[in-house]
Design a protein around this ligand. Sequence first.
Ligand SMILES: [Fe+2]
Ligand SMILES: [Fe+2]
Length: 466
Amino acid sequence: MNLYERIPNNVNLSEDKRLQRALEKWLPNFLSWWHDMGPEGFQEKDVWLRTAIDVGSEGWAHFDYVKMPDYRWGIFLEPAEPDAKVGFGDNYGAPAYQEVPGEFRNALRRIIVTQGDTEPASVEQQRRLGATCPSLYDLRNLFQVNVEEGRHLWAMVYLLHAYFGRDGRDEADALLERRSGNPDKPRILEAFNQPCDDWLNFYAFTMFTDRDGKYQLSALAESGFEPLARTCRFMLTEEAHHMFVGDTGLSRVVKRTAQLMKENEDVREVGGIPLEIIQKYINFWFSYSLDLFGGEISSNSADFFAAGLKGRFKEQEQYTDHVATEGSFTMQVVENGKLVPREVPLRNALNEVLRGEYVKDCEKGLARWNKALADEGRSERLSLPNIRFHRHVGEYAGHYFDTEGKLISPEEFEAKKSVWLPTIEDREYVRSLMKPVTEVGKIANWIAPPTSGIKGKPFEFEYVRL
Ligand SMILES: [Fe+2]
Ligand SMILES: [Fe+2]
């Protein structure tokens, strides 16, 4: 592990002078992007952060105070497996690709660029949240997520520089040029152009949108292109904390709302976030995150699988048939104004298969939040909307569904929209609660404290020195 080089890495960067020089040229551009688009207002503060220093499951991270611009962004791949094989698709069982196969070059570059684009995008979306943090603990978690998304950008940029030559370098530059929500140069995927400007949005985003990341990375961790698989496996280790932040964050908001409801059924009167608003945020971010999996019926998904580039979730553990040319998948599609079942060859349905795994995982989160409600003696329950609700990509885009998945008219949707999705008033109300709390051990009124702190520290710890 070359931890104290300019670019910490475990890929022997110092032995590849050309690559090292190229990345060292990209580094100042990255830092200037971080300066312009990273967390606003806290760059000079000491933050108690974890830094990746190794890739083993034990002790891979080091915790200490660090100023964010001094964070050790680096390039870490899981160790290579001896005799790695392509684990699925038409080349199943062939030696894993150590270089980019010419015929898959464009597809692979597109996969890496699309993944890479989400990493800086989320930092941009979250850049103003620090100013309204509910506690120092949450502030630190926000920054932890932000610096790690920065490192994930490095992970993808390394692949572009190391394996794609000139056009890889151009793509790496472009990753620093697009901007979340900018109409002229937006980020590639729509969920990453949506504003994330209050903490309820932040928790819902890290719960639902970072979780999409988990499933995309898991599918790429199966890849027959070894460097990509090894990179994604390590990113998943970091990603787990991001989802923890979202899952527990929402759970704490739900718990606090339930507590405040005992004081006053109308929690607005006592400064809480009503369950209806929480439900609308869930509907919003869940539906946008479902879009990230791509179309239900997809020739791209078939091509990526056939090429051995993108597998299924836990391809090796969960499946025995890794070729998947047999078999089909039945899904509901809209035909002549009606929902009807359609049978699709399995390989063309792999986006939907991955989306199904994701939905199961999200349901576990909902069960935890509903337990928080039950524990506080409430009978209300939160739920996920149907997967067809409010979709902008795939079979259901351009049609209207209620939260149960029933096909409805545009007029019916319009009439119920304010019941299902956050309104401007909802967003303004949530924003009105966002007053920073930065005293050690204190927390905002609208959220419960966490059950424990980070890495054995108590909640009452100076996670950020202001
Ligand atoms: Fe990430
Ligand atoms: Fe993440």
